[in-house]
Design a binder for this molecule. Structure first.
Ligand code: NAD
Ligand code: GLY
Length: 368
């Protein structure tokens, strides 16, 4: 029988980045406890950035808990969706900061999923050349991945996350209680990024995810707490060695080259990011097998798990050439040559070029 964790802080995962080190707090009921927010740098003002879906659920609770710590707390509620991860919406954060004459000590809080986290982080990196910010992720995907590690960005119509900065938060607070209101489709999207950590870093974790999938899908609190903790530990381990992605960090993008092409090709928001990553991992595993790195049993195993998590495993049919054109804009591409994160061996990933003919085969077989 899994034990139900008591409310409060369950795990603290450190992320070691010298003077930019911080902690990832994981627990339940953290959002509404004033103690969660103590110890931040002294500042007159805070700005909470959220969206119109999350605001009615959690904004009042967060504002109340922040009140003892700031003289003034402002809020900006943005439209919801990947399609709004753009210049125009980003500018609304700057408008809010400037309209309230916020100074360079102002602390930004990103309350929401990865879209809010990425945009708020980028706004924090830019405003007055850098103000502090805190990640308060409320989706599974954001708790296990996007809130951790300091990648911030907005999309460009020609490419996903193309305009951005590396900029670390002061703190990440994962309140597992917020996951209770997450729609099932969004929850599955988050599972894609949890599954990702298995084949790239920890096959024991992959075994555990397979065994615990029914409990994960039921959102069993103890099982969820472990999934978030282990995911954050692996991400912290990778980012601690390669903050700015000069090498190792690229493994976190397993499945993303195909996935980003799906997102951009269909139009942002049509498939969820996690759905595109789920399908992208199946394609990338196939490519790894065709390169002779892994056997087909692992591809089949991963495909079964992705499908069982409620994620698509067949690529949308955009046409193989369209995929290739979109993937040439990937940040890993060099001089127009495609490079992919592949599974080098079970539990270990790397970045490799791949012959175009092989990629065409994988895409065609995958439904592209
Ligand atoms: P999202 O931010 O769009 O959130 C998903 C949906 O859930 C939204 O409609 C949101 O309003 C809603 N929502 C959020 N919290 C909720 C809650 N507790 N209850 C009910 N609804 C809630 O999507 P996401 O999957 O969280 O993040 C995807 C984004 O993250 C993409 O833009 C992707 O590029 C980015 N990302 C960034 C990194 C990184 O390292 N920075 C890593 C992975 C993904
Ligand atoms: N999600 C990929 C990274 O943080 O590097």
């Amino acid at each position: 029988m899994p034990s139900v964790p008591a409310p409060g802080l369950l795990h603290e995962v450190p992320i070691a980045l010298g003077d930019r080190s911080y902690g990832i707090s994981i627990g339940t009921g953290l959002l509404g406890q004033p103690a969660t927010w103590s110890g931040l740098p002294r500042a007159a003002a805070a700005l909470v950035v959220t969206n119109e879906t999350v605001a009615p659920l959690y904004l009042a609770t967060l504002l109340e808990a922040l009140r003892p710590h700031f003289a003034a707390i402002h809020e900006v509620v943005l439209p919801d969706g990947e399609a709004f991860k753009d210049w125009r919406t980003l500018n609304r954060i700057f408008d809010a900061l400037l309209a309230r004459a916020c100074d360079r000590k102002t602390v930004l809080f990103a309350l929401g999923g990865g879209v809010i986290g990425d945009m708020t982080g980028f706004a924090a990196a830019c405003y007055m050349r850098g103000v502090p910010f805190v990640q308060v992720p409320t989706t599974l995907l954001a708790q296990v991945d996007s809130s951790v590690g300091g990648k911030t960005a907005i999309n460009h119509p020609l490419g996903k996350n193309m305009i951005g900065a590396f900029y670390q938060p002061l703190r990440v607070v994962c309140d597992l209680g917020t996951l209770a209101t997450l729609p099932a489709r969004e929850f599955s999207a988050g599972l894609a990024e949890v599954i990702k950590y298995g084949p790239i870093a920890d096959m024991g974790f992959l075994d555990w995810i397979e065994a615990q999938l029914p409990a994960l899908l039921r959102r069993d609190p103890a099982v969820l707490a472990h999934a978030v903790q282990r995911s954050c530990e692996i991400k912290a381990w990778v980012v601690g060695q390669d903050e700015r992605e000069s090498g190792l960090r690229a493994i976190l993008n397993f499945g993303h080259t195909f996935g980003h092409a799906i997102e951009a090709g269909l139009g942002y928001g049509e498939w969820l990011h996690g759905e595109a990553v789920g399908c992208g991992m199946v394609l990338a595993a196939n490519l790894s097998a065709r390169l002779g790195l892994i056997d087909s049993a692992l591809v089949e195993r991963l495909t079964r798990l992705v499908a069982a998590a409620g994620l698509p495993v067949r690529a949308p049919s955009l046409g193989v050439q369209r995929y290739l054109d979109l993937m040439r804009l990937d940040k890993k591409a060099e001089a127009g040559d495609l490079r992919f994160v592949v599974i080098e061996s079970p539990g270990r990933a790397g970045v490799r070029p791949a012959p175009e003919a092989l990629v065409r085969e994988v895409l065609a077989q995958g439904g592209a």
